[in-house]
Design a protein around this ligand. Structure first.
Ligand code: SF4
Length: 380
């Protein structure tokens, strides 16, 4: 489980993706440890600490979400692109995957933050968060750190990445890996569930999904899952290929590079061998490490479905990766975010999705669809 901070997204992408789009699917169950993975090299790993802010951040985040919800409401009539209207400096992989389910639902999520918040507070989400943390603790040690500023919050994320790179270099398994970058002109962020090496030495991304019913997901859900892991690969590969730029972090997120990091952050950085006093120095360190690392690109994308109650394996599938096709799909989704087209609701063939949607009573798309005249097709 990662830092709960709105600058990055509250919890792992997979949690939100599942909870919100699948009535039978919640979160990740405890997973066997990665001790069976093949070690590629015999390099000692870095200290095994993972950074955290304290729980008190959650309250501040909720309050800020409420304020932002109000501002977004005021901006909603502004005629700008959704990115501007909803004050998004970045998109999360989760949001893009939700879009594959229903674009109108994503739009309503911003327009009606209270409904969305209620969705997030469902028991399955809370259970999912706990399961995620339990899984993460199998391979990481948690170190609570108090973030005093946005710069501190970003620093914690960057420290997490810096901590995981040597582990990957040593052929170890890592979980909850923050990834980010600019793809098709838009800043994206996400959190990869797990990376480990298989017996062939391939770097495998494993996304674990748990389901309330012991069945595999249908095509509509699988579409979002495939997009999710594909985007993770694009982001991760971009990072380890040295594709990140200083301005992607500092300028885009309007961070103060010269601002001194909090005492706790500085002390912990020093403890794990990273001597920095400002966020700018930390960003430079990260970029240098990423440009030098020999961590490979992800070779295999895999999704594992498990039954939440029994933890039985329902099935797993390898997701094919075609970057050109993925980018083309992404462009289609981003056209909504950048204001090139209006949001779309679900087609009549997928009207069943509306029955489980929290916005079904207010959704204009649904209303218009139900009022549309039936068309009778006759042969001439
Ligand atoms: S009611 Fe249907 S079309 Fe409207 S947001 Fe929900 S799923 Fe989408």
């Amino acid at each position: 489980m990662e830092l709960r901070n709105d600058e990055w997204d509250d919890i792992s992408d997979s949690e939100l993706l599942h909870i919100e789009i699948d009535p039978h699917c919640s979160d990740h169950p405890p997973q066997p440890s990665c001790s069976g993975t093949v070690t590629r090299k015999d390099i000692p790993s870095s200290p095994s600490s993972l950074h955290r802010t304290e729980e008190c951040l959650d309250k501040r985040i909720i309050e800020r979400d409420e304020e932002r919800g109000e501002k977004r409401k005021r901006n909603s009539e502004g005629g700008h692109s959704p990115l501007l209207r909803f004050m998004k400096r970045h998109l999360s992989v989760t949001q893009l995957c939700e879009q594959t389910w229903c674009e109108m639902k994503v739009e309503y999520g911003f327009r009606k933050p209270q409904i969305r918040k209620t969705e997030k507070q469902r028991t399955e989400v809370q259970t999912g968060a706990k399961i995620h943390l339990a899984r993460e603790l199998e391979v990481h040690t948690v170190v609570p750190l108090h973030a005093q500023s946005r710069e501190d919050s970003f620093a914690i994320r960057l420290l997490n990445i810096l901590h995981m790179i040597p582990k990957l270099e040593a052929g170890k398994c890592v979980r909850e890996i923050p990834v980010f970058g600019v793809v098709e002109g838009v800043h994206l962020k996400g959190v990869i569930d797990e990376l480990s090496y298989n017996q062939k030495g391939e770097l495998v991304l494993n996304e674990l999904k748990t389901r309330r019913q012991e069945t595999l997901p249908g095509a509509a859900q699988s579409l979002g899952h495939s997009l999710q892991v594909g985007l993770y690969k694009i982001l991760f590969d971009g990072m380890v290929r040295g594709g990140l730029r200083r301005e992607h972090i500092i300028d885009h997120f309007k961070l103060k590079a010269s601002m001194a990091l909090g005492n706790e952050i500085q002390k912990h950085s020093a403890k794990i061998g990273i001597q920095v006093t400002t966020l700018g120095e930390l960003v430079d360190t990260l970029l240098m490490v990423l440009s030098c690392t020999d961590v490979p690109r992800i070779d295999l994308l895999q999704i594992e479905y498990r039954h939440q109650d029994s933890n039985n394996l329902i099935g797993s599938r390898v997701v094919p990766y075609d970057e050109a096709q993925l980018r083309s799909e992404l462009q289609g989704y981003l056209a909504y975010w950048t204001g090139q087209r209006e949001p779309r609701g679900v087609d009549i063939e997928e009207a069943w999705k509306c029955r489980m949607c929290p916005y079904d009573q207010i959704c204009v798309w649904r209303k218009n669809r139900s009022q549309a005249p039936e068309i009778l097709h006759t042969n001439k």
